[in-house]
Design a protein around this ligand. Structure first.
Ligand SMILES: [Ca+2]
Ligand SMILES: [Ca+2]
Ligand SMILES: [Ca+2]
Length: 490
């Protein structure tokens, strides 16, 4: 799964703990903000002893919050200027000389009044890697862990070493982008020498090359699709980034995408502009192309797979259809005939859903196979059987298919119902032949629950003019209009 997010041109700035610092009382031999200990430019390393350092030189609120006693505990100040230019990162190692547990407050944008300050507890040996800009000066305030004596911290001698790690921008080698059925697939290959690519930024264009502002994005903003955790950190990668809910792109007729790879430090690859592939949706038993074949793509509709060049039901749907319960409804003459089945809906992921109002049907489906004989009949399936109170079943839905394997074979009228907790679906003048009747819960059944139901499957005869009829339209129905008061079909 790849999470979709937003990336603004100003950059994704992490929340910073910005502190205001207390007063300085100056006058000490230990390094302070006014006179920090410079890190040796050759060894990039420095030894500092906090035992002689001042108390209350600065309030290290980034480490100790509002605890003024701890905040002012012994501290020594180092200044380090990152070499190089542009975005880079720096590893900072600490190594105890006298057994001190070191805590580092790292400040940017100034020592006593920084614009950013963070605190790291590194113990006797530890390291952190932080993003830095070439030429940037960090002030590192070395202090110790709080001791058992209130208001005091550990002190001693510690070596602090700075290891600059140059950052490299990623490179995008190839991109393939497809938008289909409300999803976006991007197959991207690329490289990043320091292995910190975290995602790709997309900008979308329509047929005239104008930028499509997606959802809440403005034309200047880009759409970030982050890579899975295991795809990050590769120096050379081939990834499939998938994002759901791209219906807006289909509606807006997206034609091209401008793609940029983004790494953890905000370095970007050169932009690559590609045509967006928009496959044609084809249906049951239509000819189709397998994914990856050259455009124009003919892709199967949902709940179908392309097998041997033809859209077919996946094997799990074939198995479910083969297992549908056959139900024989006696052929009526002038009165409705019906059979009932008492069943249960149980938890589990289903493999079939209907169309329209029955599309939201993620749960396990119960399936019946019925035959509508030659003649003129309505096919009725209902769970609103008399004598069953509210709450007996949470919220069911019913849909029909002419061909169980073909999702497109749901009758356009009278093929689905999801109105209220229980359902009554009437397919008027049903074409003779075999139907599959699906019953399932609107939202699937929760683990541990079971929803019992009674399903009635009925054939209602449709009577010609002059026939005796039921004014309530239950036992039969008149072809030519409502059953008259004289109980004769018009
Ligand atoms: Ca990189
Ligand atoms: Ca289902
Ligand atoms: Ca319902």
């Amino acid at each position: 799964m790849t999470r979709r997010g937003r990336f603004h041109l100003v950059g994704a700035v992490a929340a910073l703990l910005v502190v205001s610092c207390g007063g300085e009382d100056g006058s000490t031999a230990a390094p302070t903000c006014d006179a920090p200990l410079a890190v040796d430019q050759d060894s990039q390393s420095v030894k500092v002893d906090t035992r002689g350092a001042d108390e209350n030189a600065l309030q290290l609120r980034e480490c100790w919050g509002a605890d003024a006693a701890l905040s002012g505990a012994r501290q020594a100040v180092l200044a380090y200027t990152a070499p190089g230019v542009g975005q880079t990162r720096t590893r900072i190692d600490v190594e105890a000389v006298t057994g001190m547990d070191a805590v580092l407050a790292i400040r940017r944008g100034g020592c006593s009044a920084p614009t950013e300050a963070r605190c790291y507890d590194l113990g006797q040996t530890g390291s952190i890697t932080i993003p830095t800009m070439g030429g940037e000066t960090l002030h590192v305030l070395v202090t110790g862990r709080a001791t058992d004596t209130p208001g005091t911290v550990d002190s001693g001698e510690v070596r602090v070493t700075f290891l600059p790690e140059p950052a490299s921008a990623p490179r995008l080698d190839s991109a393939y982008v497809e938008v289909f059925q409300g999803r976006m697939f991007a197959e991207l290959t690329g490289q990043d020498a320091d292995g910190d690519v975290m995602g790709a930024l997309f900008r979308w264009m329509d047929a005239s090359g104008d930028v499509i502002a997606l959802d809440a994005l403005t034309a200047d903003e880009r759409d970030l699709v982050t890579f899975d955790a295991d795809e990050r950190g590769s120096t050379s990668f081939e990834t499939t980034a998938t994002a759901l809910d791209y219906t807006a792109l289909e509606t807006a007729d997206v034609r091209a995408a401008e793609i940029v790879l983004l790494d953890e430090l905000g370095n970007e690859s050169a932009p690559e502009r590609v045509e967006v592939v928009r496959p044609m949706e084809v249906h049951y038993q239509d000819s189709c192309d397998s994914p990856g074949e050259v455009p124009p793509f003919r892709r199967c509709a949902r709940q179908l797979v392309c097998r041997e060049g033809t859209c077919q039901a996946p094997t799990e749907i074939e198995a479910a259809c083969a297992a549908a319960t056959p139900v024989e409804i006696p052929t009526p003459t002038t009165e409705t005939t019906a059979v009932r089945d008492e069943g249960e809906l149980v938890p589990g992921a289903g493999v079939i859903h209907g169309l329209g109002a029955c599309e939201r049907a993620p749960g396990l489906e119960r399936m019946y196979r019925v035959v509508v004989p030659e003649g003129r009949f309505d096919l009725i399936a209902r769970t609103d059987v008399n004598g069953r109170g509210e709450g007996y079943m949470e919220d069911d839905l019913i849909y029909f298919r002419r061909d169980c394997l073909d999702p497109g074979s749901q009758p356009a009228e009278g093929g689905c119902i999801d109105s209220g907790p229980r359902s009554r679906l009437e397919l008027l003048d049903a074409e003779p032949g075999t139907y599959t009747v699906f019953v399932e819960d609107f939202d699937g059944v929760d683990a541990g629950d079971v929803y019992p139901y009674v399903l009635e499957l009925a054939l209602r005869p449709v009577l010609a003019s002059g026939a005796a009829c039921d004014p309530e339209g239950l036992r039969n129905r008149c072809a030519g209009g409502p059953c008259s008061a004289g109980e004769t079909c018009p």
